[in-house]
Ligand binder design. Sequence first.
Ligand code: KG4
Ligand code: ZN
Length: 335
Amino acid sequence: MRVLGIESSCDETAAAVVEDGTRLLATSLSSSAEIHRQYGGVVPEVAAREHTMAILPVVEETLKSGHLTLDAIDAVAVTEGPGLLGALLIGVTFAKALADALAIPVIGVHHLEAHLYANAMEEPIRFPALALLVSGGHTSLVYWTDHGQITVLGETRDDAAGEAFDKGARILGLPYPGGPHVERLAREANGTDLRLPVANLGKNSLDFSFSGVKTATQELFRDQPERIPEIAWALQHAVVSALVKTVDRAASDHPAAHVYLAGGVTANGYLREQFFNWGRKKGVTVHIPRAEYCTDNAAMVAALGYHRYLAGHIMPTNGSPKPSYPLEGLGLFRA
Ligand code: KG4
Ligand code: ZN
């Protein structure tokens, strides 16, 4: 079964065709990040306008690159939330109209759950698993026992991990989005004696807190502005250590031979290295998507769409975007 995935929840307009939830046949993406850079963050109205202009060319380019025609598509999957309302609206409206014209089903998917499916491009997901979602807007640690069966174990109490990178980068005078710039500078420093504190939420907590790291970055930069690369390294180290420590803690109570990581922050090389080291030590297989599938893309949307379709989740004719769409909204529950 071939699913055309559409992603438009933030500043990336993307389309992809995936066969049977695992074989990527074609993909294309247009990003408006460059336009948002001058504002230091995503401007919702600008993002929506860019999606309007990009959606058709991106879908056409996807089909062309895979030597596919519309009649090769069996269903359309689209991110229905969470995300920016105006941005989601473009993708959802387009997906519904196209599916209607082709008389094929349209499937709405949860953006964060979709991020996990970037791992399905390599090989089928193996359950039960622990999964860590670290993006610009979310940080969630979940126990994943089957497709659609997710228990949220912990979440951030304030900033998301990606936000910690972005806000830290801003303090250091780096452009948005800051994650890749922090990583680049940290590589220059290649270690330092500087350390930034990681919040301690109690030894049983599986939640995260990153707002303290931001404040500490600010103070360190004020006191030692000449040590920017080292501060970047310390910031990266603090965020990654908090993530590894919490996954390690979760692994003792939630036995899983596989740990899946997803979301933009997992493009970070230091994070990948630290998690692979941790997995080797624990005898756990750590899965992280290829860097281009860590950030927003449509392959993950199409892959999840396939599994949602098998479970009978077809979007009704009056289906609309869900800008705030907690993972609990899937009929899932928090531990
Ligand atoms: O998943 P994503 O593309 O979009 C959201 O759904 O939020 O994640 C974007 C986030 C941004 O905060 C960005 O700074 C961060 O991922 N990011 C990184 C790296 N590449 C992207 N953070 C650290 N290191 C990176 N190499
Ligand atoms: Zn995302």
